[in-house]
Write a protein that binds this ligand. Structure first.
Ligand SMILES: [Zn+2]
Length: 212
């Protein structure tokens, strides 16, 4: 454990944090205070897609796996952070293919984009950089274990959700809501564990990168 570097890539949870399409589902309340009660206690209420979270296949596939059925080993993996800050709209197959030599089956791929430069508490940015269907299909072909992006969604603008469906059907776990502005492209080990909430389609997670 000596000399191990741990980089937190989770979105901080707070009442004023950015939420998907400003649905503002976050409440953080003091229920006991030192002044009144002699100790401190708090209660939170969150949507399952708050901040850093995992989307289980059940989000968009009727009989898909629920979050408590997630294969956790897919989220404890060697991981490659790819710099996609040159992409202005959508990450496509053509943006990922030049990195083909570095993408190995069973790894996690995290996309660092200009989304990470957005403050964590501002209004939702509808024009966020996303992964398009061609990129999702390419990652599924590469048989990666998980993909992560640095905004609260991994796709936009298509009611059929082709990016999510291609990843879910390809067995690629989806991590949304990462913060990667302080992370350099390169190789790490990913640790990302969704809360074990029974019977739902997504759950918040703490995500870190570890490097020896
Ligand atoms: Zn989600």
């Amino acid at each position: 454990m000596n000399g191990m570097e741990i980089i937190d890539i989770s979105w901080p949870i707070s009442a004023d944090m950015t939420t998907y399409k400003n649905r503002s589902e976050v409440s953080v309340q003091e229920t006991r205070t030192f002044e009144r009660d002699g100790w401190r206690e708090s209660a939170i209420a969150l949507g399952c897609h708050t901040g850093t979270h995992i989307d289980a296949p059940a989000h968009f596939i009727k009989n898909g796996h629920l979050i408590h059925q997630t294969n956790l080993s897919a989220l404890l993996r060697p991981c490659l952070v790819l710099d996609m800050t040159h992409v202005t709209n959508a990450i496509s197959r053509a943006d990922i293919a030049p990195h083909a030599q570095d993408i190995h089956p069973g790894e996690a791929i995290l996309f660092k984009t200009t989304n990470s430069a957005l403050p964590a508490t501002q209004d939702f940015e509808p024009a966020f950089v996303y992964l398009d269907e061609s990129g999702a299909r390419y990652l599924a072909e590469k048989k990666i274990a998980a993909v992560g992006i640095d905004y609260l969604g991994i796709e936009r603008g298509n009611p059929q959700h082709p990016t999510h469906i291609a990843l879910m059907e390809g067995g690629v776990i989806i991590i949304e809501g990462l913060r990667l502005g302080h992370v350099r492209a390169g190789r790490y080990n990913l640790i990302c564990l969704p809360l074990n909430i029974l019977g739902v389609e997504a759950a918040p997670a703490r995500a870190v990168l570890v490097r020896e």
